[in-house]
Design a protein around this ligand. Structure first.
Ligand code: ATP
Length: 363
């Protein structure tokens, strides 16, 4: 691979204490690589080593075949921009002035901005929608606003390599989406290489070309999100015992209510999902029947229902499945009709609903 950034046999840590050992990673130009892993796993330690804030305990960080140890501070600041979680507290600086610091590598020691620099500062602030705080004292802004201002500072630095530590942690959902779109566009259109850590696995899956899972004292696994992030890996990575992570949608489900089902839910087209979630919150075990395997309800019922009867897509409900559903109906005290769309294949659902009504169980 024609690597832009190369972590060669790298061991990172603090003093004599190695946190992650023997990292071998190559990142191509324009690639987005995301580190994921539990709190304290070592993501920030890797990022701090890449930006030369920490010396490697072993091995080297190479950018375009040159070790970062051989980069001067000025060369490095034209090559990489950094957005860390550690908060800066500049004295009496407006947000515009903080963003303008991103131009310092180009403006000389006095930091006098030319017209082009001013435009780049304004452009970066526009990109992250930070214009409304431009003249505000940086220290008097919210965490999310600070995070956007620091991203603008990094953008107007025009780096080849962008390093971000949990860049979405303080952002609301709109700005999370915008940040990720900005990063994607920068990588695709300008060939900027992005290495970051994220806690949101669903976002990591959507934005990353490659993910690197950090656990114990090693890189646990790495590859494209589709290759790497299945439920087993996520469970193991974060030590999850209860609950579920759905890799297809990147969503989390709480553990199901245990025990024999008290309620039978009849549903299709995803209409059962709000009812499943409500029953789960109330701690009431429930059954879902008969759920087609291509229905949205199936995606959630398989995690939350204590019993589930499923049917293959576009098939008539079999005698066997109908009988199973009927026996659950007998066992449950209540039956919820989440709003069924009855067609030819699932005509037996109408029969089940009638059976529930006849037994006085239909809610
Ligand atoms: P989080 O998701 O919580 O931000 P992280 O994956 O970024 O975690 P690191 O901050 O890299 O984790 O921490 C890795 C390990 O190094 C932890 O055990 C932490 O306690 C330790 N550590 C962090 N900073 C220092 C330091 N300055 N000196 C010594 N040990 C440190």
């Amino acid at each position: 691979m024609n690597a832009y950034l190369n972590l060669e046999n790298l061991t990172v840590g603090y003093g004599a204490h190695a946190v992650i050992e023997d990292i071998g990673l190559q990142v191509k130009k324009g690639e987005i690589l995301t580190l994921i892993g539990a709190n304290g796993a070592g993501k920030s330690t890797i990022l701090k080593t890449i930006i030369k804030q920490l010396p490697p305990l072993k091995g080297a960080v190479m950018i375009e075949k040159k070790g970062i140890a051989d980069y001067s501070f000025s060369e490095l600041s034209k090559t990489m921009a950094v957005v860390l979680t550690e908060r800066i507290r500049p004295e009496l600086m407006t947000c515009r002035e903080v963003v303008a610091m991103g131009r310092y590598p180009y403006t000389g020691r006095l930091g006098l901005l030319g017209k082009e620099d001013e435009e780049k500062v304004a452009g970066a602030m526009r990109a992250v929608h930070a214009e409304e705080v431009a003249d505000k004292d940086f220290n008097a802004t919210s965490d999310g606003q600070k995070q956007r201002v620091l991203l603008a500072r990094a953008l107007c630095q025009e780096p080849e390599l962008l390093i971000l530590d949990e860049p979405t942690s303080f952002l609301d959902i709109r700005y999370k989406l915008e940040l990720l779109s900005i990063l994607r566009n920068m990588a695709r259109q300008k060939g900027i290489t992005v290495v970051m850590s994220l806690h949101e696995i669903d976002l990591a899956m959507k934005i990353s070309d490659r993910v690197v899972c950090v656990k114990g004292d090693r890189i646990f696994c790495e590859g494209s999100p589709e290759e790497v992030l299945d439920e087993g890996v996520i469970r193991s990575l974060y030590g999850i015992e209860g609950g579920h992570f759905d890799p297809l949608f990147g969503s989390l489900e709480l553990p199901r209510a245990e025990g024999r089902p008290e309620v039978l839910v009849l549903s299709d087209s995803g209409r059962g999902i709000p009812i499943y979630r409500r029953l789960q919150k109330e701690g009431r075990p429930f059954a879902a029947a008969v759920v087609y395997r291509n229905d949205q309800d199936y995606q959630v019922a398989r995690y939350l229902a204590s019993e589930i009867v499923t049917e293959e897509p576009f098939r008539y409900i079999s005698d066997e499945n109908y009988e199973k559903a009927l026996s659950l109906l007998d066992e449950c005290k209540e039956v919820y009709d989440a709003g069924l769309s009855i067609g030819e294949c699932n005509a037996r659902m109408a029969k089940l609903r009638q059976e529930a009504a006849d037994r006085g169980k239909l809610s």
